[in-house]
Design a protein around this ligand. Sequence first.
Ligand SMILES: N[C@@H](CCC(=O)N[C@@H](CS)C(=O)NCC(=O)O)C(=O)O
Length: 318
Amino acid sequence: MGTGASTALPETLAAASVDDVKAAINGLSPENIAKIKAALAATGGAPTVTLSDEAKKKLEEKGWNKGVVGFGSAASEASVKLTSALSILKKEHTWVDLSWDDKALEGNSMGVKSADYKLISGGYCSMPMLCIDGVMYYESVSIDKMLAVESKAPQEVIDWIDYVIASDAMLLNAAKHWGWAGLHASNDYAMVNKEHYTSFGKGNKDEAWEKEAAGAVKAFLDKLEASLAAKSEINGCFVGNELTLADCVLCSWPLTLGGVCNVDLSKWPKVQENYEKMKAIAPEGMQAHLGYFPTFVGYVQGANKEAFEAGFNINKLL
Ligand SMILES: N[C@@H](CCC(=O)N[C@@H](CS)C(=O)NCC(=O)O)C(=O)O
């Protein structure tokens, strides 16, 4: 992103893309660099895209350039991290539904593959995104960090979010490799932007990559299991007795890893037990994911069945 990077200091940090900030930093004193770093850390530093004048005009036309507007399919494993956070925080917002196709913008809906979303998302073309006063943020977990900092979440919650920020790219790549890539190739990428998936799937990664990805999955599940084992009671929440933004960034992994990636979760019983308890107290913003995502899992497993049975199976590496 950040195709519009310039060496002038952006007017506000919130309106600055990561590239804008990097470019501006080159001409700054150490004191100002320290100030910028502190400000980014305080907001959580969710990345933003640079919007063209045409994109800004489109947001304005729709009235999405003011206030808080989310973009995504509430069923998706990444979008649920945002919809659940908005729900728990009771944050007033508009939701724009992204469908799994290239449908043009109509009302409050358009396809994730559509030209309209390509424009509005500054070329990001993935979900979710959150627009705050005309600034488009991406990366669900970094957005949740920003919301957590804003709502003065406890440090333990922030620590979980930071942990997921540090590990989720590899986890999602594992799910793309052992799961999504097979499904999307089977229907010629009708639902998604092809270029986000073609470097994954059977035959597209070497053994070293697969070992590293499986290692990241194992380390993640081991950490979740150990932290749940240290709790006095498994109650559906990773921190305390009520769902927090820590649970928002952790809520999708049992279906993503156990379902899409086909990880045998029986080795992590507390993760499973906690997930069952979480479902029973899930907020409104998790319901669509919990209800519809298992159908996607069925499609993914169907599309990968032959390859899985022939040994394309992450469990051999765990
Ligand atoms: N790390 C990103 C992942 C975003 C992502 O891969 N989103 C998927 C849905 S879960 C998507 O938009 N897929 C459609 C596409 O990439 O074309 C996040 O957590 O926000």
